[in-house]
Each structure stands twice: as structure tokens, then as C-alpha cells.
Design a protein around this ligand. Structure first.
Ligand SMILES: NC(=O)c1ccc[n+]([C@@H]2O[C@H](COP(=O)([O-])OP(=O)(O)OC[C@H]3O[C@@H](n4cnc5c(N)ncnc54)[C@H](OP(=O)(O)O)[C@@H]3O)[C@@H](O)[C@H]2O)c1
Length: 254
């Protein structure tokens, strides 16, 4: 039976690279989804021009009606899917003109509540032995007095959007681990991954790796998940939830 994969927020950046990699490596059907019809179709055409064959579906993960319509579409057409990659996300950089409260609300809405809401809606469609991969970031749970020190620095020097993203990614990781436990009886694995500092619109063109490079480890996890409940760094290291900050001992940027 042909496998089915779905990637959210896939019209550009890492999401597009993930769809490209899945089209190359998965023996099956890959859905490139996008909240913007035009941008999504354009991205699909770019991959088709490269000889690949993604399917397109419109999907804004903050839109409940759209989610229900997508779930029905997938259920009617395929019944089940094998791989779900939650990639859609937003980030307001330091100089973003939007009011701070708007930045915080939107970031929380898209990167956490909508990820959870969409995933929960998709759960009945995930095939036994299937996998869910949450694209997370470089923050995990922080403990002890370092939290307050770090918060102080962040609030002084960084944007509220960035601070919110970092706090939310901890929530996204926590959801990953809890969901993995919940789905263990169905042998569905749930993992999260920090893709690295990826050059994309999100970073305003800054970054140290291309989307294709950032997609390598996430693709391995999506295509060959050995275990669930993992938080994986961009070099493939498994990062313990309560361990030291991997930005220090892996990236050496602390
Ligand atoms: N870039 C990095 O250094 C980095 C580091 C760590 C983690 N990440 C994570 O990697 C993922 C991809 O980021 P990226 O760097 O590829 O950023 P990107 O190029 O800005 O792509 C983000 C994608 O998410 C989509 N999106 C935003 N809100 C959405 C919504 N409500 N519904 C559906 N799609 C939505 C965007 O669509 P539009 O084109 O319509 O805006 C876009 O396709 C994000 O989850 C991000 O947090 C990135």
C-alpha cells in the first residue's frame, strides 16, 4: 500500500525542503499544504518542474473549518496517513512593527495551540505504526535559577516574539512527549526536532544551513523513526529533556 505523508506550512523554507525530500524518498503520496493557495500551488509547480510529484491541499492550521475539511478530504481519499510533519510556524523578529501583544498572541496561536488542535484532529487518521514529527526549536525545558537569569536577559535584549517562540517550543516538546506516551498502544511514534539555524524568510535570510541541509535529520526521523518521545538536535543527537542546554555543548554558542 502506498504511504501517505502530510507537511504543514510547506510552500517555502524548511517545509518545502521536507516535501522535496519525502517525494524523493517515500514510496507514496506527499501532501504539500499551504495556508495560501497561490503560494502553495507555485511551490508544488517548482517541485513538479524538478520531476517530483507532490499533491497540494490548502491548509491554514489556525482555521478550524479548514482543518475539518482537510480531515474529511484525507479520510475520504486515503482513510489513513503514515507521516504527519507539523512544520508551520511564525516568528516575529526583534524589529517587527506589530504590537507586542499581537506578536505574542499570534505566536502562541500558530506555534502551539494550532499545532495541538490540528494534530488532535488528525489523530484518528494516523495509521498504526505511523509517525508524527513536530518541528521544534532550540529551547527545551529549563530548570532552576537559570530560568530567571535567562528570562531577564531575554526580556532586556530580545523581541517579545522571540521570547514567546522559545517558551512555546518547550510546550511543543512537552506535548510531543505526552502524545508519544498516549499513542504508544497504537505503536505511533511522536518526536520533535530542532532543525538548526536555517536560512529562510523566518530568519530574514540569516542562518548557517540551507533548508535542504536542515531537512536531513527531520527526514530521517520521519522516514525511519526507531523510537518515539525523542527531542533530536540538528546533528542527530538525542537531547535529554532535563539535561544541560545543547546550544552550549553541541553548538558552542552559549
Ligand atoms: N529557520 C530557523 O532557523 C528555524 C530554527 C528552529 C526552528 N524552525 C522551525 O522550522 C519551521 C519552518 O520554519 P522556516 O525557517 O522554514 O520558516 P518560513 O520559511 O517562514 O516557513 C514557515 C511556513 O509556515 C507557514 N505558516 C505560518 N503560519 C501558518 C498557518 N497558520 N497555517 C499554515 N501554515 C502557516 C508559512 O506560510 P506563509 O508563507 O503563508 O507565511 C510558511 O510556509 C517553523 O516551525 C520554525 O519555527 C526554524
Amino acid at each position: 500500500m502506498a504511504k501517505v505523508a502530510v507537511v504543514t506550512g510547506a510552500n517555502k523554507g524548511l517545509g518545502l525542503a521536507l516535501v522535496k525530500g519525502l517525494c524523493q524518498e517515500l514510496n507514496g503520496i506527499v501532501y504539500l499544504t499551504s495556508r495560501d493557495l497561490k503560494r502553495g500551488l507555485k511551490a508544488c509547480n517548482i517541485l513538479k518542474f524538478q520531476g517530483l510529484d507532490p499533491e497540494f491541499h490548502h491548509l491554514n492550521i489556525t482555521d478550524n473549518e479548514g482543518i475539518q475539511e482537510f480531515v474529511k478530504f484525507i479520510k475520504d481519499k486515503h482513510e489513513k496517513i503514515d507521516i504527519l510533519i507539523n512544520n508551520a510556524g511564525v516568528l516575529f523578529l526583534k524589529d517587527a512593527p506589530e504590537p507586542k501583544t499581537f506578536q505574542a498572541e499570534q505566536t502562541l496561536l500558530v506555534n502551539f495551540y494550532s499545532l495541538v488542535n490540528f494534530t488532535e484532529a488528525m489523530l484518528p487518521l494516523i495509521r498504526e505504526n505511523g509517525t508524527i514529527l513536530n518541528i521544534s526549536s532550540s529551547r527545551l525545558k529549563r530548570n532552576g535559577p537559570r530560568v530567571s537569569e535567562e528570562c531577564e536577559d531575554e526580556y532586556r535584549y530580545q523581541s517579545l516574539g522571540l521570547i514567546t517562540v522559545r517558551r512555546i517550543q518547550s510546550g511543543c516538546n512537552a506535548y510531543t512527549f505526552m502524545l508519544n506516551r498516549r499513542l504508544a498502544p497504537s505503536h505511533i511514534t511522536v518526536n520533535c526536532v530542532h532543525p538548526g539555524y536555517v536560512i529562510s524568510d523566518m530568519t530574514n535570510g540569516a542562518g548557517s544551513i540551507t533548508p535542504e541541509q536542515g531537512a536531513v535529520i527531520p527526514l530521517q526521523l520521519a522516514l525511519h523513526p526507531e523510537n518515539g518521545g525523542l527531542y533530536v538536535w540538528h546533528d542527530g543527537s538525542r537531547v535529554p529533556w532535563d539535561g544541560p542546554d545543547p546550544r552550549g555543548y553541541i553548538d558552542r554558542i552559549l
